[in-house]
Write a protein that binds this ligand. Structure first.
Ligand code: ZN
Length: 332
């Protein structure tokens, strides 16, 4: 086999790699790149693109809620040794800046969503049934109700962070990951790009299938309720209307009035199904199902993969699973 380079050639490449990657703190170009990913879905993309050239640690693991994560001292240690950090961006990982600072992380940060067209989130659930728009005018009154999410301790930006829920954005993530790894480890740049291309072909094939699947379901049936507003990009890309019970983040309970408004909407619009998520409590969604007669369609993977051995252990698997659950529930 000629796949192994002559020793001298390898040494030269190693030296070149070392010079180029010195800024990233590479100990030795032949060692796998030490990479950290902020959450499981992104971690899987890094694993696909990085292969054996990368030694990967993921901070928020399977079934974990990356909106509401409490970093551990162990996380700071992992980060301090890392050469590259992959983050979603779009204000998803609100806890991360503090952690990177505390860890003394000196590597390169790659924002996987760079280049995605950000989706503005509409506020809490459906824009037409909530009165929380234009609330900027109300500031200072001190007693408005229903604004607790925005006034909570987490400050989210205007953009919806859940961009991975459109496979076309997954393609952008994979490209950004490949270029980030190529910059950190130029000696293996070709490997990263080749793996990314093979992976992107799978993402694009699935994307085409998902579009076909939902196009075959009558538009008036393509409506579901989920716990939190994680599926806006999915809805835009594949033509499904998602009504969320909690808003875009997971850090606050909706008020009784907001829940009543959602129940009213589900009845009025004859929403066929409600779904629980792997990262949130099923209680609220189950209550909505009880009070409206909508069926509980199953569990969707929103912001995290499943544990291995369960149906959503990779980004591709979680997407296929979600589509299967949704399509089965929405079919007339
Ligand atoms: Zn989320």
């Amino acid at each position: 086999m000629r796949s192994i380079l002559p020793a001298r050639r390898r040494a030269l490449l190693a030296v070149a790699g070392l010079c180029l990657s010195a800024v990233f703190g590479a100990a030795h170009a032949a060692d796998p790149v030490k990479a950290v990913a902020s959450f499981s879905i992104l971690g899987d993309i890094v694993r696909e693109v990085g292969g054996n050239d990368v030694s990967l640690t993921t901070l928020v693991g399977p079934d974990g809620d990356a909106h509401e994560y409490e970093p551990t001292p162990g996380d700071a240690k992992k980060l301090s040794a890392a050469q590259v950090l992959f983050v979603n961006g779009l204000d998803f990982e609100t806890w991360l800046p503090k952690l990177t600072k505390a860890s003394g992380f000196a590597g390169k940060t790659v924002v996987a969503s760079q280049g995605v067209t950000p989706r503005k989130f509409a506020g809490h659930g459906d824009a037409d049934t909530h009165d929380d728009h234009g609330h900027d005018d109300d500031h200072g009154h001190g007693h408005d109700h229903g604004h607790d999410r925005e006034d909570g301790h987490h400050h989210h930006g205007d953009a919806d962070p859940h961009a991975w829920q459109n496979l076309a954005n997954g393609v952008i993530y994979a490209r950004n990951v490949a270029e980030g790894l190529a910059a950190a480890d130029p000696a293996h740049a070709d490997n990263y790009r080749q793996r990314a291309n093979a992976y992107i072909a799978k993402l694009q094939a699935l994307d085409a299938n998902v579009k076909k699947t939902f196009a075959a379901i009558p538009a008036e049936r393509r409506k579901v309720v989920t716990s939190h507003d994680a599926f806006g990009y999915f809805g835009d890309a594949y033509g499904v209307a998602f009504i969320s019970a909690m808003g875009v983040s997971t850090d606050a309970e909706p008020s009784a009035g907001e829940v009543a408004a959602i129940i009213e909407q589900v009845k009025r619009e004859r929403v066929p199904a409600v779904f629980v998520e792997n990262i949130t409590s099923p209680k609220l969604v189950q209550q909505i199902a009880r009070e409206t007669g909508a069926k509980v369609g199953g569990t969707l993977y929103s912001d995290a993969l499943s544990k291995s051995g369960q149906p959503g252990a990779t980004y591709l698997e979680m997407f296929e699973w979600n589509v299967r659950q949704l399509a089965a529930a929405l079919q007339p």
